[in-house]
Ligand binder design. Structure first.
Ligand SMILES: Nc1ncnc2c1ncn2[C@@H]1O[C@H](COP(=O)(O)OP(=O)(O)OP(=O)(O)O)[C@@H](O)[C@H]1O
Ligand SMILES: [Mg+2]
Length: 242
């Protein structure tokens, strides 16, 4: 398998907080990798670094062997990296369908007048994605009226709609009552979770794509800091996929 994402000596401090220090991580194409760590163990920081929302103090990020360390988030997204957020980032005044259509417009690089977004093929694709994520019944509802779990799923659906090569999910099951609402995803995924059982259970039972192997999760767990819940206690960070 070819390496899709690699970090080399990735380091980021916030003042005295050593959020990431010398992270050397390798994720192969097709893998489903769990990042397990308790609160404050830098899971979100890692995603922010990989997606360009934060810049490291030192170290490098390679996507497909291309150095993306200095690139802005938009350029990194265009290279096929998408993410969902710990706190969903949605247009809450718009409907679920409208949120998806905007995601398609972003994917195509074509943001125009609203009418221009209502392309039949986009609407069809949006309905398919909503069905995949068990959100079909919410299509015409404003996001503001959605329960928290549905918002979380929609945020992931928006990221998946970009058809990324690498999908980064920040605590995707938080607030989601039924984990089997997760669609089978055939893309390379990074799944952040506060505890290993939650991450493993969700992946093995809900994400059935061949890429998501329970063994991959258990052998590829990344401990970003000392955490008693994941059995990776120790000085932070101890990141390694291998
Ligand atoms: N922008 C920032 N400025 C200052 N400190 C920050 C910033 N972002 C993160 N931190 C600090 O870095 C550490 C890691 O935070 P981060 O949010 O990445 O952890 P996390 O594993 O995602 O936690 P949680 O499980 O609560 O989401 C924490 O000590 C946090 O306070
Ligand atoms: Mg976080």
């Amino acid at each position: 398998m070819s390496v899709l994402l690699e970090t080399v000596g990735l380091t980021r401090f916030f003042g005295m907080v050593r959020a990431a220090e010398a992270l050397n991580i390798r994720i192969d194409e097709g893998e489903m990798v769990g990042i397990i760590g308790s609160n404050g163990s830098s899971k979100t920081t890692f995603l922010n670094l990989v997606t360009g929302y934060l810049k490291p103090d030192s170290g490098r990020i390679l996507l497909d062997r291309r150095d993306t360390t200095a690139l802005p988030p938009r350029r990194i997204a265009r290279l096929g990296v998408a993410r969902s957020f710990q706190v969903p980032q949605l247009y809450i005044g718009l409907t679920v369908m409208e949120n998806l259509l905007l995601s398609f417009a972003a994917r195509s690089g074509r943001i125009g007048f609203w009418r221009g977004l209502q392309k039949p093929e986009w609407v069809g694709e949006a309905r398919q994605i909503l069905a995949q994520f068990a959100l079909g019944s919410y299509a015409d509802r404003p996001v503001a009226a959605l329960p928290e779990g549905a918002r979380k799923l929609l945020d992931i659906a928006l990221a998946a709609a970009l058809r990324p090569r690498l999908l980064l999910m920040d605590e995707p099951t938080a607030g989601v009552s039924t984990e089997d609402k997760f669609a089978a995803m055939d893309t390379t995924c990074v799944w952040c979770a506060p505890t290993a059982p939650r991450c493993r259970a969700a992946c093995s039972s809900a994400v059935t794509a061949p890429a998501c192997r329970t063994e991959a999760i258990s052998t590829a767990v990344i401990g970003l800091s000392g955490s008693s819940s994941n059995g990776l206690a120790g000085p932070k960070p101890t990141a390694s996929c291998r």
